[in-house]
Design a protein around this ligand. Structure first.
Ligand SMILES: Cc1ncc(CN)c(N)n1
Length: 225
């Protein structure tokens, strides 16, 4: 339409403003080492065990998001997108158990490391009813997209990912998971567009925190903290 102002969606703006941090989370040396075939398998096993603990804590966060969506969303289809995330998590938990037994990782004896505990504590803070749906769904998008982008890159042109790790990368790097992340991004952008300044600032701060926690999580997997 002539003269109509085309606003850049909020998430795209943030991705430009925080490009360096986003790249640190989605092109981390840990996932880059999977992509170039040099990954240290003890680091991979550490990631596997720690991520299983994280994913278990992620389930109640997503449950709290479903509740917020049901109460606060202006669009019925949001809940279906989030429910798709619950289904993916259900598969993920079974996958972690199978994968752990394949790699001889004893899940029952994993002790959560500091970076993981802090990230799980942060997730718990987002479960509070005081955290608005817009803020929580934006956090959810950020958490999911880091894995999507990181693992899709391990499968993209020029990758030397070993056959035994390709399945792991496909779990988050597949096209359906990519589409699901775009749907979450659309929900977040739609909500942010209608939000007052204070909610927008809160959501931006949470996205930054998520990206920082994700970097710490990959660092921990490499045995760096
Ligand atoms: C730390 C972390 N971040 C994100 C995801 C993707 N659900 C995950 N499994 N673990």
């Amino acid at each position: 339409m002539e003269g109509a102002k085309q606003e850049i969606p909020m998430i795209e703006k943030w991705l430009n403003q925080h490009r360096e941090l986003y790249t640190a989370a989605t092109r981390h040396p840990f996932t880059l080492s999977i992509r170039d075939g040099s990954v240290d398998l003890s680091a991979f096993k550490r990631w596997l065990g720690q991520d299983y603990i994280f994913v278990r804590a992620f389930v109640p966060f997503v449950a709290s998001l479903l509740l917020k969506s049901w109460k606060e969303s202006d669009d019925d289809s949001d809940i279906e997108v989030i429910l798709g995330g619950v289904a993916a998590l259900n598969d993920e938990i079974s996958w972690f158990k199978r994968e752990a037994s394949k790699w001889n990782v004893l899940l029952s004896s994993i002790v959560p490391q500091k970076a993981n505990l802090e990230y799980c504590r942060f997730l718990e803070s987002l479960m509070s009813p005081e955290v608005e749906y817009t803020v929580a769904v934006t956090a959810f998008w950020a958490i999911e997209v880091v894995y999507q982008e990181s693992y899709a890159h391990c499968l993209a042109d020029g990758s030397k990912t070993s056959e035994e790790l390709k399945k792991t990368c496909q779990r988050w790097g597949n096209d359906d998971f990519g589409q699901y992340c775009r749907s979450l991004q659309d929900i977040a952008n739609r909500r942010l567009e209608k939000s007052p300044e204070d909610i927008i600032s809160k959501a931006e701060a949470i996205v930054i925190r998520v990206l920082e926690y994700e970097v710490e999580f990959w660092n921990m997997s490499r045995g760096e903290n």
